[in-house]
Design a protein around this ligand. Sequence first.
Ligand code: B4P
Length: 191
Amino acid sequence: MLNIVLFGPPGSGKGTQAEKLIEKYNLVHISTGDLLRSEVAAQTELGVQAKAIMDRGELVSDEIVIGMINNKLSEHKDAPGFIFDGFPRTVEQARELRNALVDNKTKVSMVISLQVDRDELMTRLLKRGEESGRSDDNEETISNRIEVYQRQTIPVTYYYDKTRIHHPVEGIGKIDEIFKRIVDVVEKNRG
Ligand code: B4P
């Protein structure tokens, strides 16, 4: 199986590149952000709780997010592989992902980590906020999301550094150029 973790700060292009990767490699896309936004849109109890957290730019609890991942994995038992987009975001989520994949006799093949500086993240997300009206794409929330990323999500890279499957990729440039960089990494490392 080809299981790719697409990693990076908010606005680094994870969702954008994931769409292209699923098309090329026929993988199942699991975006915890999208799963949470569909709960919000459906106004479920979970969605109501999640919206308040997302609007502050904080992380939804590990327990909720891991539950959503396990549901998705069991819905797609015959998938050729998965793209995890925006997950794991904490070391606990990374550990739980490992356990869930071991239970399915597989593992994370590679972690592709998009490198984008803070100014560019701000510019992209403010632009998206204007165009899409996403309620977490405003200056205050974006700043907090970046801070939360530094504090809670960067430690995930140290977790994966130990396993030598972590590959930083320059995330600034044209979308197709970045996609080519990612595909080069996938092809070199898919084994
Ligand atoms: P996400 O939905 O994951 O949001 P994101 O980090 O902003 O990334 P996204 O994929 O949407 O944006 P992209 O970089 O593609 O999370 C939202 C919230 O949900 C979190 O803050 C948290 O509260 C919660 N959550 C999600 N997962 C969680 C988890 N595992 N645990 C706990 N809580 C969780 O793109 C951004 C913009 O840049 C787009 O407009 C795009 O068009 C543009 N762009 C992309 N590539 C570009 C390029 N090369 N050049 C210029 N612009 C580009």
